[in-house]
Ligand binder design. Structure first.
Ligand code: SF4
Ligand code: SF4
Length: 372
């Protein structure tokens, strides 16, 4: 595996190269005053010269005073939208001569190249792999999409006010899970990209891009950029043992306090790159064909917890508690890691600005006060 340094002209050939290789290229782009992942055909589709200003409950785009290609952080759309789509047909049941024919939905042979993926997002995909592939049941649609996908990671050169990947150990440096990783080197005199391969497929692209070999000075600049990003991380996750803290405080008054603010709108779970809850709908037509469709759902929905005609989590507080305890405690029991990568999306996109880092810190200080 090798590293090169390319100028903007050479870097601009990356997206067409991936498209020539049969990939549908997905990258950040400006859409409705937000930076979201979408299909792109050229580097000019990237949010060049834009940045995002995020805080709890707010998101604004502003122009930068330079031509940075990756001078922003994460937007509301995640790779989950492509690898585990919001609506997926799973099965069709039709009348056949011998009875009923059960026809699983064929797996779509689409190849995605994801460009501009942040370290926390790669970590989120690795978590979803554990849930949807390395588990008792494998989702064939997700597994095939993952096998065929190509990932171009980006080491973050800016940190958002709601980012806390550093304290979750998932960023801002991409350390695994990429075919290529890019670091943007931008100053008043030059604009270049350090591109390193992480797989054979990535190495082929490096060879095609050309460019000069990296030097020790380039590596030093990369390390300085990443260290600076880390130093400007907007938030951090409390150092407390979240598993212990949460499971020892299931009846804490904090859940009622959060419930007074939480709208149970589900935004936090829909923007979260690791949340995977879904529901099934069986739809029949007049010919007698039934189609089973899986759609994203949320533990914040009252219907999601409906069992035998009643919701087992009828209060907003109990549903918020379920979300938080699953993310930071029971996820370890099920999948061996936290369910949070510190991307900060649930903080930014919560319409009332509920901040999980702050709520955990409050819980921690309340617990300490009780222990005194
Ligand atoms: S819980 Fe929030 S910060 Fe953690 S991964 Fe999900 S959206 Fe990101
Ligand atoms: S925490 Fe915020 S985003 Fe999540 S359900 Fe409640 S109001 Fe909606």
């Amino acid at each position: 595996m090798s590293g090169i340094v390319v100028d903007t002209d050479r870097f601009d050939s990356l997206i067409p190269l991936l498209a020539e290789g049969g990939y549908t290229v997905i990258a950040p782009t400006v859409h409705e005053e937000t930076i979201v992942y979408d299909e792109v055909t050229a580097a000019s589709d990237l949010p060049i010269g834009w940045t995002d200003v995020q805080e709890a409950g707010t998101y604004r785009l502003t122009e930068r005073d330079d031509g940075a290609y990756f001078g922003y952080t994460v937007g509301p759309r995640t790779l989950k939208a492509y690898l585990y789509p919001p609506r997926q047909t799973l099965l069709t049941i039709e009348h056949a001569e011998t009875g009923l024919a059960f026809c699983p939905e064929p797996v779509e042979p689409r190849k995605y190249a994801f460009v501009g993926v942040r370290a926390c997002e790669i970590a989120a995909v690795e978590i979803q792999d554990r849930v949807l592939i390395d588990n008792d049941f494998t989702d064939p649609h997700y597994e095939e999409a993952r096998k065929r996908s190509f990932t171009v990671g980006v080491n973050c050169s800016v940190a958002g006010a709601t980012c806390f990947c550093s304290s979750m150990g998932t960023g801002p440096r991409c350390t695994s899970g990429y075919d290529l990783v890019v670091t943007e080197l931008l100053d008043s005199d030059s604009h270049e990209f350090v591109v390193r391969s992480g797989t054979e497929a990535g190495e082929e692209i490096v060879q095609s891009l050309g460019g000069r070999p990296t030097t020790a000075a380039d590596s030093l600049r990369v390390n300085t950029i990443i260290a600076d990003t880390e130093a400007h991380m907007g938030r951090s996750f409390p150092e407390a043992d979240a598993y212990e803290l949460l499971t020892n405080n299931l009846e804490s008054p904090i859940w009622d306090s959060i419930a007074e603010r939480c709208l149970s709108c589900t935004n936090c779970t829909l923007v979260c790159p690791t949340c995977f809850c879904s529901t099934m709908d069986d739809i029949t037509d007049l010919k007698g064909t039934a189609t089973r469709i899986r759609s994203w759902d949320s533990c914040f929905s009252l219907d999601f917890t409906n069992l035998h005609g009643h919701s087992v989590r009828s209060t907003v507080g109990s549903r918020y508690r379920q979300w938080m305890t699953h993310k930071f405690a029971y996820w370890y029991d099920q999948f061996g890691s936290s369910g949070c990568v510190g991307c900060g999306r649930c903080i930014t996109w919560c319409p009332v600005g509920i901040d999980i880092t702050k709520e955990i810190a409050i819980l921690e200080s309340q617990s300490k006060a009780v222990a005194l």
